[in-house]
Design a protein around this ligand. Structure first.
Ligand SMILES: [Cu+2]
Length: 150
């Protein structure tokens, strides 16, 4: 457990110096890819056209959760976890470069009917946003992850 703290500090400091970093190096102060063996909870989310159900979930600081996301709609959807500022950037990128590949660790891309999983560890208490950044979806298709203090 003790090894986690220096890692988090390292991530916090390293992201501060790279505010103009490339698209694949978005801020990670909301956490990091989690260890599947440490998952304490499964959170199921369903995507419809164009909403997340539920649109608000609560986790605890330090907790590793497995998101099981199902696209129950008739259109392609994504789920991207980040700050609202970064989500807006991502949505703009998709509008400007619709054919660009996106491979962030905290991104899921789902065809209609598809289900995918994302294991994530939330490092800091606060609020983390998520959204489908696809054009025409982004304004409505948003949600919040409340990270409660331990
Ligand atoms: Cu969508």
């Amino acid at each position: 457990m003790n090894r986690i703290i220096p890692l988090v500090i390292l991530v916090l400091f390293s992201t501060n110096g790279f505010s103009a970093a490339s698209h694949s190096q978005l801020e990670h102060d909301f956490g990091k890819p989690g260890d599947a063996d440490k998952v304490s909870r499964i959170i199921k989310l369903t995507q419809v056209d164009n909403m997340f159900l539920p649109a608000e979930v609560t986790v605890t600081e330090g907790e590793t959760v497995r998101f099981v996301v199902k696209n129950g709609g008739n259109h392609k959807h994504e789920m991207l976890i980040s700050s609202m500022a970064e989500l807006k950037k991502a949505a703009n990128m998709r509008r400007m470069y619709p054919d660009k590949e996106h491979t962030e660790a905290y991104l899921l891309q789902l065809e209609p009917g598809e289900q995918k999983e994302l294991v994530w560890q939330f490092s800091t208490a606060g609020t983390v946003d998520f959204a489908c950044p696809l054009p025409g979806h982004f304004k409505k298709m948003r949600g919040k992850i409340i990270v409660e203090k331990k």
